[in-house]
Write a new protein. Structure first.
Length: 543
């Protein structure tokens, strides 16, 4: 019975782990980079690297909001909505923006965003870039796929991941005993140890991130209960959970009074959000009789995805609605699980640990795939179909494992190399990512790539990231001196990744040299044996 269970779990672990492993690697890799999403967002706009980054200060909120409202009143009185973003840990700058009225046949109008410097100047011209938001969206919607197709594929891959993790726990039950017998540079056994270590050390993270990933999209995967309860009206559900999500259509009647002074509104109602800092202020339908001011509190230091809001009448200042202070246990549980997945509560140190755990996940998947290949290479006889399958897995491994870091570095480099005023510039940055990944994948499917060349190329590309930042913005030492920590984190992250890739490239080169030496030795032995077989006298002479 135990032997049957073990073999069943081994089969599940092997094939559920392999079949969608390259998609899972993409998801884990993009998800890991998403922990540094806002750092990449700041890095991708070098126009705001000078005199813009700042910390939140409650004593300056009133003056900052007053200036922002004055600017919006003067420059966006016609807008459908206004937005004022105050500094916070993830986005350490002040920005003002607005949405144009939506054109006929469109769901929304054009969005505009400007940035305010330390000396109250406004930066209006910044390059269009998706920055870190690209990695965030990529890890659950796969970018190019239509509708929710990408999210369904991610859901299937996540289920496969959970099966592989649970079956792996069963088949590696002797891990703690085997840990003290770890072997390095021992071929197949070393890859097995690498796979086991990366799996078990990150096991709590891997289980939580996989399970909560399914929870995050459970209403997409299991919509029937909501559809039955609310008859397919999702807006009604959101309104019941949080009344502040209700949006009204703009009135045709203009208001005789301007939008209420928002700084005074914040000052007079601070008791509502207690000690929470203000994160964002938005104004719906400015200048209309039914205008509304929405104030959002910053909860990024708490394990929650809730962003409490208070909605006020934009003319009188009367409180219209607010996010409920307490929710049902089901809503609270869902919110907590979602927060554990996104890690929005994590400070900078904890984000580094989460990033390391995500990196262990990538290593677990990559080493598992390489181990699959190594085990099958040990077989002395294989069918033609087995050879084709083995060759395909080898080339996909090489294409994805070395191609993903290469494509990411190309994405970052394109942010500085593409013309700032290029049409659809943000989309072209994304195209550069997939062109690089696709080209490298194609080269390897054609048998033209190698581990050494791919890893070395990726290492050089990542090394170029802080170099190009120094040439187009400020260098690492200068950013450290100025305390521009989002830029420092990206440069240091790039150097760390470049160092790991250089180490991996050196290992691949050493392995290739060992293979060449072994092959030459085997060829020489075969030649000697053939010579002896052809001339028996040599054997007598040797004796």
């Amino acid at each position: 019975m135990k032997e049957t269970l073990y073999r069943s779990m081994l089969w599940i672990h092997t094939w559920f782990g392999l079949l969608l492993s390259w998609l899972l690697l993409l998801v884990f890799f993009a998800g890991t980079l998403s922990y540094f999403r806002y750092d990449f967002n700041v890095w991708s706009k070098p126009e705001i690297h000078q005199d813009v980054l700042q910390d939140y200060a409650s004593s300056r909120v009133s003056s900052q909001v007053q200036q922002a409202q004055h600017y919006l009143s003067a420059n966006a009185s016609h807008a459908a909505s206004w937005s004022i973003q105050l500094p916070r840990q993830r986005q350490p700058y002040i920005s003002v923006g607005w949405s144009e009225p939506k054109p006929e046949g469109k769901s929304r109008g054009k969005s505009v965003s400007h940035f305010i410097t330390h000396d109250n100047q406004v930066i209006t011209d910044t390059r269009d870039s998706k920055g870190g938001n690209f990695f965030y969206r990529l890890h659950f919607d796969l970018h190019y796929l239509p509708g929710n197709l990408g999210r369904y594929l991610i859901g299937i891959a996540t289920v496969f991941m959970l099966f592989a993790l649970i079956s792996g726990i069963v088949i590696h039950k002797r891990f703690f005993k085997d840990f003290f017998a770890l072997k390095f540079n021992k071929g197949h056994r070393s890859w097995l140890d690498s796979h086991t270590i990366s799996s078990v050390f990150g096991l709590p993270y891997h289980l939580v991130i996989s399970f909560t990933g399914l929870i995050a999209l459970m209403f997409l995967y299991m919509p029937l209960p909501l559809d039955l309860e609310f008859k397919g009206d999702r807006q009604q559900m959101h309104a019941q959970v949080d009344p502040t999500t209700v949006r009204t259509e703009a009135s045709l009647e203009m208001s005789a009074e301007p939008v209420i002074d928002i700084a005074s509104l914040i000052h007079n109602n601070q008791h509502l959000w207690a000690n929470l800092p203000v994160r964002r202020i938005s104004v719906q339908h400015p200048g209309r009789v039914n205008s509304q001011v929405v104030i959002e509190a910053n909860t990024e230091q708490q394990i929650t995805e809730k962003e409490p809001k208070w909605v006020f009448n934009g003319v009188s200042g009367e409180l219209i609605s607010q996010t409920p202070l307490s929710s049902s246990i089901i809503v609270e549980t869902y919110d907590t699980l979602l927060a554990l997945h996104t890690g929005r509560f994590a400070n900078n140190g904890l984000r580094l640990l989460l990033g390391f755990a995500g990196l262990l996940g990538c290593l677990m998947i990559a080493s598992g795939n390489i181990l699959w290949v190594k085990k099958r290479l040990q077989k002395r006889t294989m069918s033609a179909a087995d050879n084709v399958g083995l060759s395909l897995v080898q080339r996909l491994n090489l294409g994805f494992i070395s191609g993903l870091p290469l494509a990411t570095a190309v994405f970052l480099l394109s942010n500085r190399l593409l013309l700032p005023d290029l049409a659809q510039r943000a989309d072209w940055e994304v195209h550069c990512f997939f062109i690089a990944l696709g080209a490298w994948l194609l080269l390897n499917l054609l048998g033209l790539g190698s581990w050494f060349s791919g890893l070395l190329l990726a290492a050089l590309a990542w090394l170029a990231v802080p170099v190009i930042n120094a040439l187009t913005s400020k260098h690492l030492i200068s950013n450290i001196a100025l305390g521009q920590w989002p830029l420092v984190r990206v440069d240091i992250l790039a150097l760390l990744i470049a160092g790991m890739l250089f180490g991996a490239a050196w290992y691949a080169y050493a392995q290739r040299q060992n293979v060449n030496v072994t092959a030459k030795g085997n060829s020489a032995n075969l030649a000697v044996k053939a010579k002896r077989a052809a001339n028996p006298k040599l054997n007598g002479a040797q004796s």
